[in-house]
Write a protein that binds this ligand. Sequence first.
Ligand code: AMP
Length: 605
Amino acid sequence: MSRIIGIDLGTTNSCVAVLENGKPVIIPNAEGNRTTPSIVAFTKNGERLVGDLAKRQAVTNAAGTVSSIKREMGTDTRLELGGKRRTPQEISAMILHKLKTDAEAYLGEPVSDAVITVPAYFNDVQRQATKDAGRIAGLNVRRIINEPTAAALAYGLDHGESQKIMVYDLGGGTFDVSIIEIGDGVIEVLSTCGDNHLGGDDFDQRLTNYLVSEFKQQTKYNIAKDPMALQRVREAAEKAKKELSASTTANVNLPFLAQGRSGPLHMDINVTRAVFEQLTRDLVERTTMPVQTALNDAGLSVSQLGRVLLVGGSTRIPAVQDHVRSLVGMMPSKGLNPDECVAMGAAIQGGTLEGSLISGSAGNGMAAAGNGQEILLLDVTPLSLSIETVGGVATRLIERNSTLPVHCSLIFTTAASCQTKVEIPVLQGERPMARDNKTIGKFRLTGIKRAPRGVPQIEVTFDLDTNGILKVSAKDLGTGRAQEIVISSSSNLSEAEIQQAIRDAQEYAVADSQRKEAMEVRNQAETLVVETKEAFRVCGKELNKADQKQVKNDLANLERLVNRNSPEKITADALPEMKAAMEQLQRSSATLSQLYANHQASGQN
Ligand code: AMP
């Protein structure tokens, strides 16, 4: 069986890990980095770039570059990218596909299965969208787990003592706080709360705005209207923000940022940590409420917390650390690497499912785990699930923070006499009125036996699986007829759409590998040109005139092809001609190569 990789599909950065000899190991990407920017781009000639390569060209191709797509998961958003309208699932799938490919290169074997993490606050639609993204990328998503749970898992493996902990996770685009109980081989999420729209990106934005306005004061030039310059400022702002975590001032120096009336304009602005803290104070404070709600929901006071873990790159900001300390009255632990521990936890969960970490049935959420190595993961649903009933009321079937998997049935009846069908919106959220919650789908039950209102008995069942994904079913108890009910949410993809996206993704996989081959061949051709030139310089005169002419011709021909097909432009179409030209040069320069090899061996110059 192939290995199950653990993926932290982050808003800003993603990370992939695998269990090796019982320990989670981070898999470096093809560019040699331990995290991969969650950025996708299409260049002008239709080439798809993901990760570091996409990030690098974002300045010059702002319109063709997408970042923070995770914020759009589970919405109806479609983005025009590479000449096509694409769903957030398809774009996320491109990131997942890169992580999969990098993992395959690292492991030297195909990878088909993964555990993927999501923010604890993700609703059902967002979880389903994440699963669909995995499928489109060619991954069998074995389980979706909450990011803070994954972090606790990474933590729990190393530290066995029983305790309740808080995981404070401030990443690039989302904030999650979870209260978790770790003990005796069981990790249970007691409560979770957060903000899907708060993270490091917001800190970058504040600093960017500040730089733009300072620059405008100094030069009268409005960068906000210059997308290329703005992208450079954004990147510089993120860099300065990171520097300010370690030092008290940062210099933002961007030469030739824009073209002013009287020549080029340069940005040179110093930002102090104090200014940065002032610009972002309210963002830090926005984490207070979710912390308090999570504690209340878990029925705990701060004094009952054994530890607070910091997760997510933005927890490196000193003001964030100070704020956490003042909220909980203790120093947060920093034992885990905040950028990597979520992927590590996912890899541990992958190992559990794969059976390499434990024996027994801990993975199904039912076993009473006992011995040291076993880990039982008990996730909770972050939001209550209800259906809309008469008067627009949200009637709850599953309460927030119920442990997964959970199953609940309630009996409903008709509101009008002789009603033969009902259409019931399924809701997610905590508000008493249906309209104030999020409608995640609608279902329709038909063929109800005609009867006075209030007589038919309709049993509605909610089944929430271990991934937090909801299935709804209903049965007319009067006729015994069960209806096949499918939750159809407008923002989830249909099976046909998923299949189409899988085909598109496969096409890209082919295009990617063709391009890789083309680059490799071009590289070999370029090497052959350089080597033959050198051999000719040293030993060319030892060949007869006819051979000299032939080698020169073949060399010029190959060099022309190499120059014509630059690395940015080369496609698979150029390969047959280039390969033929290489073979021709190899043939005609065989004697030259031999002479040169002898020359080298005899140590002459
Ligand atoms: P994550 O999603 O956990 O990878 O977090 C990414 C976010 O953390 C991005 O907004 C980064 O800019 C931010 N980040 C990473 N390192 C630092 C740092 N040293 N100081 C402040 N923010 C950081």
